[in-house]
Design a protein around this ligand. Sequence first.
Ligand code: FAD
Length: 297
Amino acid sequence: MKIGSLLASGRRTFSFEFYPPKKEEDIPALKSAIAELRGLGPDFVSITLSQKYLPDWNFASISNTLALSGVLKHEFSLEVMAHLTTSIIRDRRTLAETLKLVKILGLENVLALRGDLDPERVEERAFAYASDLVPAVKSGGDFCVGVAAYPEKHPEAPSLAEDVRRLKQKLDAGGEFAITQVFFDNSAFFRFRDAAAAAGIGAPVIPGLMPLTSLRQRDNFVSGQGIAVPPALSAGLEKYAGDKEALFSFGLDYASAQAEELLAAGAPGLHFYTFNRSRATREVFRRVGPSGVRRLV
Ligand code: FAD
């Protein structure tokens, strides 16, 4: 099923993002997260593509993403979107071969990205930006293509307006929907949504959510990425820093309130960054209203 068709039918999608395990020891936790989150009936799951862990072995990165995508599609009967990045898929031949495998696996959805660049490795890429990859994926098969969006602007973009223009370029090139970078301040999402609408963007923009449940996550993941952590969230994380369960619960309350407000304001769905764990996402679902998961669809 194409995600674009689901969204066009007016369905609010909820989805989970996983990454291929870095080490063999990571596999059991991932398997149990998948099994538990599958029970929530997501509309789709997405699988990242990263070279962080295999710097000189790009084909292995692609294989890992596609292998996990195939397992989730066929063993767990989930709708899967594979992430493809220009930072790893650097030439047309690799793209053609990758898309051949995507087709063989029966995947219909692709998230087309530039990918994170390693500043120490300046390399030739056939596709400079995601907007170059989108049409190449579209012409390689009958795929539904999604793209990334940044409510607080992409860190390299000179301004939000310029970044929104670049987002429109990706959508005009064939992107059917966007999923956002994580954010913790809904007003940033609403401002961005208004800017996107004013720029003529009509495609659904799905907010990306990540429950912050530790100070380490805040410090490691968020700092340096231009993602604002509102003072109330930071203060709460610090207040409960000495009590793991209280901190976890505070983070979930915060994320649940964010989810409630986004849905009430008409967000077309929610995309959860799971970090290959299920508990935080499951808890947010439990807390979002008395009727739980079904209220989200
Ligand atoms: P682009 O859309 O190409 O934009 C990159 C920058 O260039 C922006 O600043 C943009 O404003 C600017 N720009 C765009 N077009 C032009 C142009 N023609 N001329 C000049 N400037 C331009 N990374 C991974 O490595 N693997 C993943 O699996 C992955 N999954 C992600 C999933 C989501 C939902 C999100 C939000 C991000 C993900 N990322 C992933 C991170 C992402 O790849 C990085 O943020 C990357 O730096 C930008 O990717 P992009 O596709 O948004 O790039």
